[in-house]
Design a protein around this ligand. Structure first.
Ligand code: NAP
Length: 291
């Protein structure tokens, strides 16, 4: 058996094209969605992310507002900018690129964003809303994983899901989303015992660790759906947390790296911006873009 390839790149392209259609329809009603991205400092990886977010935002017809601040910006000045964006009706989504310079308090900055404009879904209110099954803005990477899983499996109810990783941006919200879809969820981390044995029980295995090719073939239940969130730069190029070549013959379906979860993250940022725009204008949530 060879696993079906879950083509996140193609899925994300279809999603962006659908979002572009919805943006066109909104503009016809006089509503122009806008996403503001704030970058503090000159971290080269962050600068690349911000550039590609801006490009994709414009490609779907949304307005993109980029704010670049020097690394030594005072936190109060950043908070003043966020306040201005919170009160700007042209801005429907606000994203502050992480990590922030060390003199800043990341939680204070994220929690200063108006929750309804928090398209990263990191604001404490959105975290609580997701955990309690209320309408939230949902973190983009796990939202993208959920869309791929639903597309491939349909109903996730009753499936055994193992999420490796318990970060606030991927592992924990991923577990919440799977639980919300009635999967039976186990969250594994660096202290988990017999991780291979635990993973072998999973119908759905999500790896969000940051360790190249950690998930080996004998960790995977035959036929399982494997979602590889990892992005690891190695001498052989970009690789995931899953040993793709070894696992592909065992799994039922698998996301590649690159071309799997990665492209879904920016597409879901645009999806969240569209959802935020709809909500700001008293319209129903666009279908299929929220959990
Ligand atoms: P993170 O904050 O570093 O969290 C990593 C998690 O993995 C932690 O919970 C850690 O456990 C766990 N872990 C570390 N070593 C382990 C081991 N040997 N066995 C079991 N668990 C272990 O990372 P993250 O931000 O969640 O990101 C995870 C990966 O996803 C990274 O490669 C990152 O680049 C990638 N990523 C991709 C996207 C995308 O768009 N595709 C987006 C975000 C992140 P402890 O909590 O016990 O330390």
């Amino acid at each position: 058996m060879t696993a079906t390839l879950i083509d996140g790149k193609a899925f994300a392209a279809r999603l962006r094209s659908r979002i572009a259609d919805e943006v066109t329809a909104l503009k016809a009603r006089g509503i122009a969605p806008g996403l503001a991205v704030v970058l503090v400092g000159e971290d080269p990886a962050s600068a690349v992310y911000v550039r590609s977010k801006g490009k994709m935002t414009r490609e779907v017809g949304m307005n993109s507002y980029e704010h670049r601040l020097p690394a030594d910006t005072a936190q109060d000045d950043l908070l003043a900018l966020i306040d201005q964006l919170n009160n700007d009706p042209a801005v429907n989504g606000i994203l502050v690129q992480l990590p922030l310079p060390r003199h800043m308090d990341e939680s204070a900055v994220i929690n200063a964003i108006a929750p309804e404009k928090d398209v990263d879904g990191f604001h404490i209110l959105n975290v609580g809303r997701l955990a309690t099954g209320q309408k939230a803005m949902v973190p983009c990477t796990p939202l993208g994983c959920l869309m791929l899983l639903r597309d491939h499996l349909g109903d996730l109810s009753g499936k055994n899901a193992v999420v490796i990783g318990r970060s606030n941006i991927v592992g924990k919200p991923m577990a919440q989303l799977l639980l919300r879809d009635s999967a039976t969820v186990t969250v594994a981390h660096s202290r988990t015992q017999d991780l291979p044995g635990l993973c072998r029980q999973a119908d759905i295995l999500v790896a969000a660790v940051g360790r190249p090719k950690m998930v080996a073939a004998d960790w995977v239940k035959p036929g399982a759906v494997v979602i590889d969130v990892g992005i690891n730069r190695t001498d052989e190029g970009l690789v995931g947390d899953v040993d793709f070549d070894a696992v592909q013959p065992v799994a039922g379906a698998i996301t590649p790296v690159p071309g799997g979860v990665g492209p879904m993250t920016i597409a879901c940022l645009l999806a969240n911006t569209l959802t935020a725009t709809a909500r700001a204008n008293g319209l129903p949530d666009p279908q299929g873009l929220t959990p």
